[in-house]
Design a protein around this ligand. Sequence first.
Ligand SMILES: *[C@@H]1O[C@H](CO)[C@@H](O)[C@H](O)[C@H]1NC(C)=O
Length: 192
Amino acid sequence: MTMYFMLFISLCIIRFCESHIVQATQPINQTCLNFGSDYDCQFYSCFEERFPCGSKYWMLKWGHKYCTRTQKSLLNFDKNGQKLLQQISNCLTNKLLKQRYYTLNKVNCEQLRLAGQRILHECYMLNSKLFCNAFQGKNRDCFFQLIDDDDRRDLTVIRTLTSVGQKCTPKKKLADMRPSGKINQCVLTPTL
Ligand SMILES: *[C@@H]1O[C@H](CO)[C@@H](O)[C@H](O)[C@H]1NC(C)=O
């Protein structure tokens, strides 16, 4: 009886761990590391290939999704907005590379999620000056458009935006970061 119970518990623990800890499935790939140093969004998909945590985890749900989306909508933002987004993207990839997550032999997907959230927070705080300059006018609309509704309600996103807003003079509250008017100013100026 006790033995079966122990076996049952062990299996549960193993299963639990399996769903969170992922062994590297691909060798360390220099092309992928170069994507990182080139700030190419393929770094995130490469990372996911080595450590397939799945679409609910940080690397795809945040890293890859917003890297590619930011690249696509970059020109909607004005110069300050573009600079901010580029700095944040570069900061993210730099930190992920420097902290050597890609070269680990296994990762805990939950911890990787926390690391991603922490790094994003750090990158916003490091670029608070740019953030305060950029987060106005049409950039507000563009930023709102960039982030999915569900993601905007994410507590870590709210915490990060609130903290960085505190660094601005005057301080920016979440309400100051929502779209500025009734008309969406975030539209591509047609190039003739
Ligand atoms: C490294 O990654 C690139 C890009 O994903 C891929 O094309 C290439 O086949 C990979 N190389 C190895 C040795 O796995």
